[in-house]
Design a protein around this ligand. Structure first.
Ligand SMILES: Nc1ncnc2c1ncn2[C@@H]1O[C@H](COP(=O)(O)OP(=O)(O)O)[C@@H](O)[C@H]1O
Ligand SMILES: [Mg+2]
Length: 252
């Protein structure tokens, strides 16, 4: 009789957070990290990769769409994380993705897999990725190529269709390469959805929400696991701080 499938875990290296999902993210998952600006999405993603490289010997790749590489390196240095050194040791690579590279991203991911063999992957952000993909779909050759493809299917190019195909294909590709991925996503407080594309939260294996909470006079940062396939997890808000060491879960 087949036994229960033992799920391999990919740890943040932040003990309370890992425990909150029974030991870490199920390996191979694509997880959306969403929240308003300044909520800590980029810092958590960097910490996931730096801890992966230094604590678990799991190489990672960070793909930056919003910020230039130098800013990422400088932000990490504030917490004592030496990205350049990790790059030299082939344990972490920061890749800047330009707008016109989006249509070729699928090939680029295959290249990354072959050359770097990462286990962890971060795309910061899926919001920019989706916006750029939309822009491309309405421009020049890419539009024509897409149009031919879609006309064959008898389908009309619409925003929801572009969203569905770009996001679905991206997540499918990341999973097929075996990466455990974090995809950051910008949201504003008034939004009923966790992602601006209103879609990746359904397609992704997990959703982690970073937010600010008011508690009487006190206001604090909170992280909450909204969804995580293949594992049990806590559903309550976990208060945290950003300190000189990065993200630290607050002791209550
Ligand atoms: N050294 C630090 N000490 C404390 N807080 C910091 C430090 N560096 C950055 N922060 C906090 O982190 C925030 C930025 O986090 P970030 O992960 O870039 O947000 P997001 O990617 O969600 O927009 C800043 O607005 C600031 O509040
Ligand atoms: Mg950010």
């Amino acid at each position: 009789m087949p036994g229960r499938l033992a799920i391999k875990r990919v740890k943040f290296g932040i003990p309370k957070l890992d425990r909150a999902m029974n030991g870490g993210i199920p390996k191979g998952s694509a997880v959306v990290v969403c929240g308003p600006p300044g909520s800590g999405k980029t810092i958590l993603s960097l910490q996931f990769l730096v801890n992966g490289a230094t604590m678990f010997n799991e190489p990672g790749v960070y793909v930056a769409l919003e910020e230039v590489k130098k800013d990422i390196i400088d932000q990490a240095a504030v917490f004592g994380w030496d990205i350049e050194n990790l790059e030299e040791e082939n344990k972490l690579n920061v890749v800047e993705l330009k707008r016109d590279e989006i249509p070729l991203f699928d090939d680029k991911l295959s290249e990354i897999k072959k050359e770097i063999k990462p286990q962890r992957f971060v795309l910061d952000s899926i919001t920019f990725y989706y916006t750029y993909a939309l822009l491309h779909t309405y421009t020049k050759e890419y539009a024509r190529a897409q149009q031919e493809l879609l006309i064959q299917d008898g389908a009309e190019i619409t925003h929801p269709l572009v969203a569905r195909t770009t996001i679905t294909e991206l997540i499918r590709k990341l999973k097929s390469l075996g990466f455990t991925s974090l995809l950051t996503s910008e949201i504003s407080g008034s939004q009923p959805y966790y992602t601006r594309d209103q879609l990746s939260e359904f397609i992704a294996d997990g959703v982690v929400l970073m937010d600010y909470l008011e508690f009487g006079e006190d206001e604090f940062r909170s992280i909450k696991i909204v969804k995580m396939r293949k594992t049990g997890h806590e559903v309550k808000h976990i208060p945290f701080e950003i300190t000189s060491k990065g993200i630290e879960i607050r002791e209550l």
